[in-house]
Write a protein that binds this ligand. Structure first.
Ligand SMILES: [Zn+2]
Length: 285
């Protein structure tokens, strides 16, 4: 199985120029440059990017032994080579293999971190790269800065065979997802779940169970997925983050978030669990 191995000491380098097969993860604003084959996307190779006039790129790791580099460019030429496309990053995530998704997440998060940490937050001097770990180091005061993740909880609240889905104001019209929010400073994950659900919907929940997690590099979230069961209260949107919500059965779901998101996976899991297989409805063969 394909595997992504992170580079333990990511640095900006021109090493990619020595390897025409190196995979290049190229971001341009909200889009990324990808090679498209039907509905599967992959990263372009170094040899295919001559027209971009790149200098250094950030070493982020290896995919099946092939080095991967990440770079941000202000623009890309309108004329791209055959099979290459600019794709919105949020849409691309649903069309990458699991190991390419990992590489893409690391690329996007490390580029974001490097862009936000050019100078020391303590003394203001320009930061340098650490020679032995994923850190930026101040040459003047010695302060070290590491990439930071923002943990967020995302919860499938169920009531019998119904699931609570909501429309967030940031979503496209009609799309309904799960209740989600960031873990606040000082909070446990369980406290964050209870608070977010109560704040946004007015209900209380119990029987919280961990499901799975996913990197979500917009810009640096770690999504922690849970299920919880409805306990009390009348579910109403808070009118701030959420403007609509409702309880839905598996056979009558509204439009849900696109593939690639953990919300989509959790909702599809709910659907599988609550949709009776055909053979149960009819005769078994
Ligand atoms: Zn400093």
């Amino acid at each position: 199985m394909a595997k992504f191995t992170p580079d333990p000491v990511p640095v900006y380098t021109e090493e990619w120029k020595k390897n025409p097969d190196a995979e290049m993860i190229v971001f341009c604003g909200r889009e990324m440059l990808l090679r498209a084959q039907q509905d599967k996307f992959s990263f372009p190779r170094a040899a295919e990017l001559d027209s971009l006039n790149l200098s250094t790129a950030l070493s982020i790791g290896f995919r099946n032994g092939t080095p991967c580099f990440a770079v941000e460019v202000p623009s890309v030429p309108d004329e791209l080579s055959d099979g290459m496309r600019k794709v919105e990053v949020r849409l691309a995530v649903g069309h990458l293999d699991a190991d390419a998704f990992s590489a893409g997440c690391r690329a996007k998060e490390l580029l974001h971190w490097r862009r936000q940490h050019r100078f020391c937050g303590r003394c203001g001097k320009e930061l340098g790269e650490s020679p032995d770990d994923v850190a930026l180091v101040c040459p003047f005061c010695g302060e070290r800065f590491y990439p930071q993740l923002a943990p967020a909880v995302i919860v499938a609240v169920t009531r019998g065979d119904e699931i609570l889905l909501a429309h967030n104001r940031k979503f496209l019209p009609g799309i309904h997802g799960l209740i989600a929010g960031f873990v606040e400073a000082g909070e446990s994950i369980e406290e964050a779940i209870h608070r977010e659900i109560l704040e946004e919907t007015g209900i209380t929940v119990g029987n919280i169970r961990y499901l799975s997690s996913q990197c979500w590099p917009f810009p640096n979230s770690l999504m922690l997925g849970f299920t919880a069961e409805y306990l009390s209260g009348e579910a109403k949107p808070d009118g701030m983050e959420l403007d609509a919500l409702g309880w839905f059965r598996a056979d009558a779901l509204p439009p849900i978030p696109p593939p690639g998101s953990i919300a989509r996976k959790i909702i599809e899991e709910f659907k599988r669990k609550h949709t009776k297989p055909c053979r149960e409805a009819g005769q078994q063969s």
